[in-house]
Design a protein around this ligand. Structure first.
Ligand SMILES: NC(=O)c1ccc[n+]([C@@H]2O[C@H](COP(=O)([O-])OP(=O)(O)OC[C@H]3O[C@@H](n4cnc5c(N)ncnc54)[C@H](O)[C@@H]3O)[C@@H](O)[C@H]2O)c1
Length: 235
């Protein structure tokens, strides 16, 4: 049995990734804040562990709970959040809160689950959901910074984990139709769409299929890659 640990499993993208991975034969263990995901039965993980990823003790507790899961070969770091305050209003607490979920938790989960993959001798694949904003920059500073950091983490972990048979890749989504994007106001969305060659937002399944590809053997020569799934949003 191949097991996939998926953070943000209650979210719009997380639910689509859950369905896609289960369809491909993975057992999915979802990590998210307490409360089950709305949606179709196939979008629900086989097992759910409630975890506040901003609290590193809680992340460690989740890692302990995962000890009885044999065959973890995939980690998808999908949970994420943002803080909209402008540059002069932001506090260090705002920055820390976003970095904790978007960067620190992915590091801790990757480090510990990679350690277990090495011990089990299975190898594995880690997929980080970054953002096109991590490459292009963003006016929402903690978010853009955290996603640039996640891209850096992806490339650095890829270099150190390759000798252990563990691949680490990232996806840089553009605007995808999930609750997170619903928060973007209409004027801002219209402006964004001018930068998108395909002129539309993406669907969660269009991210999920790329996650499945990066998780499995079809991408066996890919590590340290950042795959844009952004409808041609290039600048
Ligand atoms: N939707 C987009 O346009 C878009 C674009 C680029 C990147 N992304 C990234 O895609 C990923 C998924 O986002 P989404 O669009 O599905 O948004 P979403 O808001 O629907 O899902 C985000 C999930 O992360 C979880 N989460 C947030 N803080 C958490 C915490 N402290 N502990 C545990 N879980 C927490 C939420 O509960 C939620 O289920 C995020 O990393 C996001 O940054 C989204």
């Amino acid at each position: 049995m191949r097991t996939c640990v998926l953070t943000g499993s209650n979210g719009g993208m997380g639910r689509a990734i859950c369905a896609e991975m289960r369809r491909s034969g993975y057992r999915v263990v979802g990590l998210d804040r307490a409360g089950s995901a709305a949606g179709k039965p196939e979008e629900q993980p086989d097992r759910f562990i409630a975890c506040d990823l901003s609290d590193m003790d809680d992340v460690r507790r989740a890692l302990d709970a995962l000890r009885d899961e044999a065959g973890i070969v995939t980690l998808v770091n999908c949970a994420g959040l943002y803080e909209k305050k402008g540059v002069f209003e932001l506090t260090l607490d705002d920055l820390d809160r976003v970095l904790a979920v978007n960067l620190r938790a992915p590091f801790l989960l990757s480090q510990e689950l990679a350690r277990r993959m090495v011990a089990a001798g299975t190898g594995g694949s880690i997929v980080n959901i970054a953002s096109i904003n991590g490459k292009l920059g963003s006016p929402i500073i903690p978010y853009g910074t955290s996603k640039a950091g996640l891209i850096g983490l992806t490339r650095s972990m890829a270099k150190t984990l390759a000798p252990h048979g563990i691949r680490v890749n990232a996806i840089a989504p553009g605007t995808i139709d999930t609750p997170m994007a619903a928060d973007v106001d209409a004027t801002q969305m219209e402006r964004q769409m001018y930068s998108v060659a395909m002129g539309r937002v993406g669907r969660p399944v269009e991210i999920a299929t790329v996650v499945r590809f990066l998780a499995g053997d079809d991408s066996s020569y890919m590590t340290g890659s950042v795959v844009d799934v952004a409808g041609g949003w290039m600048s």
